[in-house]
Design a protein around this ligand. Structure first.
Ligand SMILES: [Zn+2]
Length: 422
């Protein structure tokens, strides 16, 4: 067929059909970035940087660690700097960091030009795992206090306890902070003083890193613990004002203390670091809260626990001390007498009568001096902010269920690596 010979309609159709098809394709295909731009982006890969932001391969790095009793001038002597240069650097450094606070054991680095190994470009001192000091030697001295980028990684761990949680973590090269976090979460469910040979755990947690170095455990997501054959499961959940650990049904792993060790009674003296003592007539700290009540009023254990002391001293009079868990202890002073069967080693439950109000020891009148200990330190229990121990409200159950199930899947992938202890 000769196109140029006279059949114009056929000629137009032959051209129009492919054009229409092209137009249709143009409208049907989703809009795209022009291809050349993509190519350019791929070509511009960012250079790899070290933890202080220096491009890898550009410098030759010489590093050391501050020795005991070394000062800034000792450290800089390694880089062949004399007193005048040290003075200038110390002066500029003062704006962001006190040079006298250079500490033994902290690493430092000299960055030399890779092309010209005699020329020092930067000096870096690590203030902490997260912060560093950078001094640049160009025409002028540049001083900068920088922060390393931190990455949070979700990790898992497991173990079977033979002596203590601490030892298991150490044996597996896990961060010791994990033991503290775990004991806080499980304080109400697991008696860490009576941890048993064969107790075991799986845990999903978050750990912060700068490069490959750990900056600590930042939180626990899920925990599975078998204590004396009893299984405990807890999942972290945070939304609105709620933050805590809940079992699979949404019950809180925490429990509450009674607000006071007496059903009735009034606060006659509060916790104070400097109080005029009513009998000794001098200022001294009062690490307790006094509740005045008639002689013989029952004194109640504010929470479940084990009695650790029933004693008499000239100051405290008759007193009872209770350990509630690995975090909290309480003490009740000036009792007229102890409750029935109350002696060291006995388990008591919340609200149980452990003694009666009196004025034994240094007391002007009948009252109970209530003392509250947290991690071995006396604290004002009225000021302690105890997280809520309420179960999860119904409106959060769906979101909690999703989080619980995804964490449960992770827990299920963890296999105990230890052999069962004999
Ligand atoms: Zn008191």
């Amino acid at each position: 067929m000769k196109l140029s010979s006279g059949n114009p309609i056929r000629y137009i159709l032959l051209l129009a059909v492919p054009l229409l098809l092209l137009a249709a394709l143009f409208f049907l295909l989703p809009a795209r970035e022009p291809v050349p731009e993509l190519v350019i982006e791929v070509a511009e890969e960012p250079p790899e940087l070290d933890e202080f932001g220096f491009e890898l391969g550009v410098y030759q790095v010489d590093s050391g660690v501050v020795a005991p009793r070394q000062t800034l001038s000792h450290v800089l002597a390694r880089f062949e700097m004399g007193p005048a240069e040290v003075d200038a650097i110390a002066g500029r450094m003062q704006e962001v960091f006190n040079p006298r606070r250079i500490r033994a054991g902290q690493p430092y680095y000299g960055y030399y030009d890779a092309e010209d190994p005699a020329s020092l470009r930067y000096f870096v001192y690590e203030i902490s795992l997260l912060e560093y000091l950078k001094i640049g030697f160009s025409d002028t001295l540049e001083v900068l206090r920088g922060q390393k980028e931190m990455q949070t990684r979700q990790r898992t761990a497991n173990g079977i306890i033979t002596s203590s949680l601490w030892n298991v973590l150490r044996d597996h090269n896990l961060h010791p902070e994990l033991a503290i976090r775990m004991s806080e979460v499980l304080a109400w469910e697991v008696d860490f003083y009576r941890i048993q040979h064969g107790d075991r755990f799986k845990v999903v947690y978050r750990e912060d890193f700068t490069g490959d170095r750990s900056a600590g455990v930042s939180g626990i997501d899920a925990i599975f613990f078998i204590h004396q054959g009893r299984e405990i499961l807890g999942f972290h959940f945070e939304q609105d004002t709620i933050s805590g650990f809940f079992n699979p049904l949404g019950d809180n792993l925490r429990k509450v203390f009674l607000k006071a060790p007496l059903e009735f009674g009034r606060i006659s003296s509060r916790y104070s670091t400097s109080r005029l003592h009513p009998i000794l007539n001098e200022r001294r700290p009062h690490y307790g809260t006094d509740y005045a009540a008639p002689h013989g009023t029952p004194i109640l254990a504010v929470g479940d626990g084990v009695v650790t002391q029933t004693s008499y001293t000239s100051g405290n009079g008759n007193f009872v001390r209770i350990r509630h868990n690995s975090v909290y202890e309480t003490q009740y002073l000036h009792m007229s007498r102890f409750g029935n069967g109350i002696r060291p080693g006995v388990r008591v439950s919340q609200g149980q009568v452990i003694g009666y109000v009196g004025s034994t020891g240094l007391a002007t009148g009948p009252h109970v001096c209530f003392r509250f200990w947290k991690n071995g330190q006396q604290v004002d229990h009225l000021r302690e902010e105890f997280p809520s121990a309420d179960p999860l409200p119904e409106i959060h159950m769906e979101a909690f269920g999703e989080k619980r199930d995804s964490l449960m899947r992770i827990l299920n992938t963890i296999a105990f690596r230890d052999a069962l202890p004999i």
